[in-house]
Design a protein around this ligand. Structure first.
Ligand code: ADE
Length: 227
């Protein structure tokens, strides 16, 4: 899979993709992440990519021309399955959406900044609008890092134990069961006996039951299907 990201702050995104799982995905050749500085398509020699909004009001708006030129130039090199715009008023990112994107070949991600992008970009270029939560970040970059991480780890072969993503929280609309490691007794706080029993069937049943109980207590909306 290849993900191209258009941003005014490529430096902000260099680190998140250079470590751990994202690094492994790229060094295994399973994921390519390419950062493109929007200023390369600036409208003048001062690197301008934003302007005042029509109708007045505080905050700058990202202009059509640089974004269109960037998108069209990149689109001549490959066909994008989706052009994603990160915005707090987009559809909420969830595991189902991450699964959906993880099956694509080429994604183009546009990070908004300032007041966001000129509406015409959203109307004519963007195919999916994604939010990572009901709060406003200073730009789409951190949201892009979250999105790419959520997608990247689902690409087959990226995780060491391929099955482990299957047991992540939310994969089946349940949150994950509790996990423990050594020692079995820490300050008198004991690991549940069943996990030490060596009986895989009993352990599976216990995990399933814990998942259900936790989902019920913490995220009942997932069980009702309204989250
Ligand atoms: N840009 C600013 N805030 C955002 C959010 N919550 N999700 C996605 N993109 C954003």
């Amino acid at each position: 899979m290849r993900i191209d990201i258009i941003t005014v702050l490529p430096e902000l995104l260099e680190s998140p993709f250079s470590h751990s799982m994202m690094k492994r995905a790229q060094s295994k050749g399973l994921l390519e992440v390419h950062l493109h500085n929007l200023r390369k398509w600036a409208v003048n020699e001062y690197g301008q990519v934003d302007d005042y909004q029509y109708g007045g009001g505080a905050g700058m708006v990202m202009m059509c021309e640089p974004l269109v030129n960037a998108t069209e130039e990149l689109s001549t090199q490959r066909r994008y399955d989706e052009i994603i715009y990160l915005t707090p008023d987009g559809n909420m990112l969830d595991q189902k959406t991450a699964n959906y994107f993880s099956l694509k070949e080429n994604l183009l991600v546009i990070c908004g900044h300032y007041k966001g992008v000129d509406e015409r970009i959203r109307e004519h270029f963007v195919t999916k609008e994604i939010s990572i939560g009901d709060y406003v970040l200073s730009g789409g970059e951190l949201a892009a890092a979250v999105l790419v991480d959520a997608i990247g780890r689902l690409i087959p072969g990226v995780l060491n134990d391929e099955t482990s993503a299957l047991f992540d929280s939310f994969q089946d609309n349940l949150v994950a069961p509790p996990v423990y490691t050594r020692p079995a007794d820490f300050r008198g706080w004991k690991v549940p006996d069943i996990l030490l029993s060596g009986d895989p069937k009993k352990i599976d049943d216990w995990r399933q039951e814990q998942s259900l109980r936790r989902t019920h207590e913490r995220r009942p909306g997932l069980l009702k299907g309204d989250e």
